[in-house]
Design a protein around this ligand. Structure first.
Ligand code: CP
Length: 332
C-alpha cells in the first residue's frame, strides 16, 4: 500500500488541487474543511425546483461498482447529474469483467470513451489507488469503497453531518460501535475525525472484531459497549461485514445484539442530545434496535441526503470548480 507521502502526491496535483479522492489519510485538515465548506454551499441545490448547476457540464462520469451499493452509487449518480455531467453506470454483472477482462483493460476502454471521472467500488483494498496510478492525466478517480481499506466520501459525509449538529469537534466524544476489524468506513471515519481535532474517539467491539494494535492509534478501545457510550456526543453504529469475515468471529447475531446492540436503554448512557449515526445498510435487531434507528436522535437518513452535497463538493473540487459562486449565470 502507498505510504502517506505518495498517497498525498497521488491525490493532489502539482498546483495543489485535489486530483483524486482515494483516502482521508494524507488529505490534511485544511482540505477536509474545504470539502465540507464546499458541501455546505451546495446543500441547498437539492432543495431547489431545478436541482442543477452547470459545474460539470460536458464532463463524463462513469460509476464502476464491483460490489453492491444503494446509497453510495445512487448519491454519486445524483451528485454528478446535479452538476450537469453525463453519467454512465457500468452493470458489472453484465459487463466484460465477467468474461475475464482485467481492471487495466476496463480502464483503457472507458478512457477510450473519453470519460473524465471514474467512481470505483471494488472488494480489493488498494484498487482505487491502482486505478488512479494507471489513469490518463485528465481522468479523476474517486474511491467509493475499496475492500477494508477506505471509504472516504462516507467519512466526509459523516463528519459533515456531525458538524451541522455539533460544530466544535474539539469538545466531542465520538463512539464507533461494531465491526471495526472489517470496516473501511471506520478507518476513514477515524482519519476524518482526527483531521478535525475530535476531542475523544472511542471504538467498541468484541475483541474478535477489533484490529490488533488499535490501542496504539490514539483511539480509546472498549470491549464492552456500556462504558464506551457514557457521555458520548455522537454514536456511530456499524454493520457486521459478513462478506469480509473469514471464519467465526461471533457466536450468533442474537448474541451480538444482546451485548453490542444499540438500544434505547443503552443510549441513555450517552449525552441526552447525542446523535445516532449509521452508514447503512442497517440490520435492525442486529447492531441497532428499530426504535433507535427511527428515533428522534437518529440522523441516519440525514446522512444519506448529505451524501449528495458532499459528493457534489468532491466532484466540483477535483474538476477545479469550487461551488455555486463559480457557476456563471446561476443563482447561488
Ligand atoms: N454506506 C454505504 O456505503 O452504503 P452502500 O453500500 O449502500 O453504498
Amino acid at each position: 500500500m502507498a505510504d502517506g507521502h505518495s498517497r498525498m502526491n497521488l491525490q493532489v496535483n502539482q498546483e495543489g488541487r485535489l486530483r483524486h479522492l482515494l483516502d482521508i489519510a494524507g488529505l490534511g485538515s485544511d482540505r477536509v474543511v474545504e470539502i465540507l465548506d464546499t458541501a455546505d454551499s451546495l446543500l441547498p441545490v437539492s432543495q431547489r425546483s431545478v436541482k442543477k448547476l452547470p459545474l460539470l457540464r460536458g464532463k463524463t462520469v462513469i460509476n464502476l461498482f464491483y460490489e453492491p451499493s444503494t446509497r453510495t452509487r445512487m448519491t454519486f449518480e445524483l451528485a454528478a447529474k446535479r452538476l450537469s455531467a453525463d453519467v454512465l453506470n457500468l452493470d458489472i454483472e453484465h459487463s466484460s469483467a465477467r468474461k475475464g477482462e482485467s481492471l487495466i483493460d476496463t480502464l483503457r476502454n472507458l478512457e477510450a470513451m473519453h470519460m473524465d471521472m471514474l467512481v470505483v467500488r471494488h472488494p480489493e483494498s488498494g484498487s482505487a489507488h491502482f486505478f488512479a496510478r494507471h489513469a490518463a492525466p485528465h481522468v479523476t478517480v474517486l474511491n467509493a469503497g475499496d475492500g477494508r481499506h477506505a471509504h472516504p466520501t462516507q467519512a466526509l459525509l459523516d463528519v459533515f453531518t456531525i458538524r451541522r449538529h455539533k460544530p466544535d469537534f474539539s469538545k466531542l466524544t465520538v463512539t464507533i460501535v461494531g465491526d471495526i476489524m472489517h470496516s473501511r468506513v471506520a478507518r476513514s471515519q477515524i482519519a476524518a475525525l482526527r483531521a478535525l481535532g475530535t476531542g475523544e474517539i472511542r471504538v467498541a467491539a468484541p475483541r474478535t472484531l477489533l484490529p490488533a494494535g488499535m490501542e496504539h492509534t490514539g483511539v480509546r478501545v472498549f470491549d464492552q459497549l456500556e462504558p464506551a457510550l457514557e457521555g458520548a456526543d455522537v454514536v456511530i453504529t456499524l454493520r457486521l461485514q459478513r462478506e469480509r469475515m473469514q471464519g467465526a468471529h461471533l457466536p450468533s447475531e442474537a448474541e451480538y445484539f444482546r451485548y453490542y446492540g444499540l438500544t434505547a436503554a443503552r443510549m441513555r448512557l450517552a449525552q441526552p442530545d447525542a446523535i445516532v449515526m449509521h452508514p447503512g445498510p442497517i440490520n435492525r435487531g442486529v447492531e441497532i434496535s428499530p426504535e433507535v434507528a427511527d428515533g428522534a436522535q437518529s440522523v441516519i437518513l440525514e446522512q444519506v441526503t448529505n451524501g449528495i452535497a458532499v459528493r457534489m463538493a468532491v466532484m466540483a473540487l477535483t474538476m477545479g470548480a469550487r461551488g455555486p459562486a463559480a457557476a456563471p449565470g446561476e443563482p447561488a
